[in-house]
Design a protein. Structure first.
Length: 259
């Protein structure tokens, strides 16, 4: 497995764990880190043996503080890969599931990274914000688009227009966090969610995610139901579509195939 300068990548069976590893700057990201993470998620996306990924931050203070403003202020050119901030926020057609294990501050681009994941598990010490208006910027890595879709327009505007900080508990009440746990339990909880996902057919999971996410752009339930979804086509051509019913009938665990 490749070694990286700004992140760590571990594999546990079908699970890939990606840790942003810049704790000295609260895991904020500059261009070299963004392009490195793009490579990491390219590899995850293309590896048939890897079914689900967890993204977290090194240390106990931050998931990610977002854009490395000190790098920008020093004259560094803020280049972003085509796949977006952290190589993730513009990866709209990734149909493998992603879990954010938010172990601390998730600010600006850091919150945008979390929102780009399918599931967010948050430490009870975590805090979230899109504070870009306070520094003359805007949350252009998908935050202003994803947040209204995930929690509704009024709640989203209340965060976006003020840049205010939100606790993990409030984020759970608003609806963009799946579970809040004691700080020490964040990774174990994320792994539990990942294990539950990995019990399902990977082809079914990818088809379900693709239909859910792409269907949101088709303008209504009927249009979404009639959409064309390659992952759904692939599912019905795969062995999983026959293995699942056979395993159910035989009262055994299914043997899903890597694909």
């Amino acid at each position: 497995m490749a070694t990286y300068e700004f992140c760590k990548v571990e594999r546990e069976g079908k699970l890939t764990i990606v840790t942003i590893n810049r704790p000295d700057v609260m895991n904020s990201l500059h261009p070299p880190a963004n392009f490195e993470l793009e490579k990491v998620f390219d590899d995850f996306s293309n590896d048939p043996t890897q079914w689900v990924a967890i993204l977290t931050g090194a240390g106990d203070r931050a998931f990610s503080a977002g854009n490395d403003l000190k790098f920008t202020a020093s004259g560094g050119k803020m280049e972003i890969p085509a796949t977006g901030f952290a190589g993730l926020t513009a990866r709209y057609h990734m149909n493998k599931p992603l879990i954010a294990a938010v172990n601390g501050v998730a600010m600006g681009g850091g919150m945008e990274i979390a929102l780009a994941c399918d599931i967010i598990i948050a430490s009870d010490k975590a805090r979230f914000a899109l504070p870009e208006p306070k520094v003359g910027l805007a949350a252009g890595a998908g935050g202003v688009h994803r947040l209204p879709r995930q929690i509704g327009l009024k709640h989203a505007m209340g965060m976006i227009l003020t840049g205010r900080h939100v606790s993990a508990e409030e984020g759970f009440r608003l609806g963009f966090i799946n579970e809040v746990v004691p700080h020490a339990d964040v990774m174990a909880t994320a792994k539990r969610w990942a294990a539950e996902i990995a019990e399902c057919s990977p082809m079914s999971v990818r088809a379900s995610k693709e239909m859910s996410m792409q269907g949101l752009n088709l303008g209504g339930a009927e249009a979404a139901a009639n959409g064309k979804y390659p992952a759904m086509t692939a599912l019905f051509k795969s062995s999983d579509s026959t293995e699942g019913p056979r395993a159910f009938a035989e009262k055994r665990k299914p043997n899903w195939a890597d694909s």
